[in-house]
Write a protein that binds this ligand. Structure first.
Ligand code: AMP
Ligand code: GLY
Length: 426
């Protein structure tokens, strides 16, 4: 494609705001639309009110806009088959089919694919009853890991030494997977794939627990940084060879090729790398930092993946330095939320410096005031010469915000910046 692209992004979170900004900055992209979008996406795209789970409505909107490419951001529309509806309408779509999105939608399906593809992952037991859970907990031992089988926005997992708490979590969300505990630092690697060829993005690390020092319950992610100064040499190549390439090949072999973003969540354990989970879309909040580092125009890469021509795209180019994202969440997250709180401050509606504030859960109230309207409300991203400077810039931008009903972690990327994470062996 040589004509500049018209792109429609589906979703309404910080990831979609970051995608819209990266597309908006790509000279190969003429117009960016977002549906439903949010007050942040409205600064870099044209928002359209739509039910993002309605594939026919998304396809109709794409046709009306004469979109060259639809990019489906979140997991829910993918699992609902929105990408299938768009492709059936003859429009290029970045995002896996409903069947392929089961890599994220069902943890048990992902385990089956990994077993068939020889991909290293934690030992696990699928349990439909509490009696099976009890047996599996005893077979694998503490610490206990219990995961809801279906989609849970990152909150369906408990990792605990407390057998009773593990059983109680299982009871609340049967059927579950009981899994071997994986030690070692976690890595998020995103690969863009057309179903045959795959291109890695820069690896990132996200922070799942709500509190400083990795305390408190799991969340969708409280922050992230990229790249990883402590990564062992050859990490990305190892993940591509051991995880991404065999998984993409196994999905094609099954007749359900995976085309879009394959997100491998990994633990670098003392026994080698292990897949913790797959996601079928860009990770949030990691994407907000990863795209801040990307120099190659995003639109052409996503279009190539959507049209089976990724082999024509060379390696991606990255800015020197590092990026950090700090999530501002509404008080109470990930529990009962304090929404409706006012948000004010610089850079909420665009900036031309190295800091961007992405809207993840905001709305504009009747008085035109920006308010919190979700759990994760803002993503504050800084791109700088190194992690230390990126942290300084990101937290300075956080401190410049007037958002009394919000909070953030203060230790995002801290241990990486101070060199406290030992380099694991591969
Ligand atoms: P998941 O929904 O599978 O991504 O799990 C969410 C988070 O729970 C992961 O990012 C890990 O921090 C933690 N976790 C999941 N599985 C394991 C495991 N087998 N061992 C240790 N921690 C885990
Ligand atoms: N950051 C974790 C996720 O996107 O699922």
């Amino acid at each position: 494609m040589t004509e500049p692209l018209t792109v429609l992004v589906i979703g309404s979170g910080g990831r979609e705001h970051a995608l819209c900004l990266a597309l908006h900055r790509d000279p190969g992209v003429a117009d960016v639309h977002c549906a439903p979008g949010n007050p942040g996406t409205a600064t870099v795209a044209i928002n359209h009110s739509i039910d993002q789970l309605d594939g026919a409505a998304v396809a109709a909107l794409a046709r009306t806009l004469a979109a060259d490419l639809v990019v489906v951001g979140p997991e829910a529309p993918l699992v609902a088959g929105v990408a299938d509806a768009v492709r059936a309408a003859g429009i290029a779509c970045f995002g896996p089919s409903r069947e392929a999105a089961a890599l994220e939608g069902s943890k048990q399906f992902a385990k089956d694919v990994m077993a068939a593809a020889g991909v290293p992952t934690a030992a696990s037991h699928y349990c439909a009853t509490l009696a099976e859970v009890a047996d599996a907990l005893d077979a694998l031992g503490a610490p206990y890991v219990v995961k809801q089988d279906g989609l849970a926005a990152g909150k369906g997992v408990i990792v605990t030494e407390d057998r009773e708490a593990a059983l109680a979590h299982a009871e609340a969300c049967l059927p579950v997977i009981v899994e071997e505990y994986l030690d070692g630092p976690e890595v998020s690697l995103f690969a863009i794939t057309d179903g045959v060829d795959s291109l890695p993005l820069q690896p990132a690390q996200d922070f799942k627990r709500v509190g400083d020092g990795d305390t408190g319950p799991n969340t969708g992610g409280m922050g992230a940084y990229t790249p990883l100064p402590w990564a062992p040499a050859g990490l990305v190549e190892a993940i591509m060879t051991q995880v991404v390439t065999p998984t993409v090949a196994e999905m094609a072999r099954r007749g359900t090729p995976f085309q879009g973003l394959l997100y491998a969540g990994l633990a670098l354990t003392s026994k080698g790398l292990r897949v913790v989970e797959f996601n079928a879309r860009f990770g949030d909040p990691e994407t907000q930092a990863v795209l801040a580092q990307l120099e190659t125009g995003l639109g052409g890469v996503l279009y190539a993946a959507a049209t089976g021509t990724l082999a024509n795209i060379g390696e991606l180019a990255w800015l020197p330095g590092a990026a950090v994202i700090v999530v501002m969440a509404a008080d109470g997250y990930p529990g009962t939320l304090m929404t409706g709180g006012h948000i004010a401050g610089p850079r909420l509606f665009g900036t031309d410096d190295n800091v961007a504030i992405f809207h993840a859960g905001t709305a504009v109230d009747a008085d035109g005031q920006l308010i919190a309207a979700g759990g994760r409300v803002l993503g504050v991203v800084a791109q700088a010469a190194d992690l230390t400077q990126a942290r300084v810039d990101a937290y300075a931008a956080v401190d410049a915000l007037d958002f009394p009903t919000g909070f953030c972690r203060r230790d995002i990327a801290l241990r990486a910046a101070t060199g406290e994470i030992p380099t694991p062996s591969l």
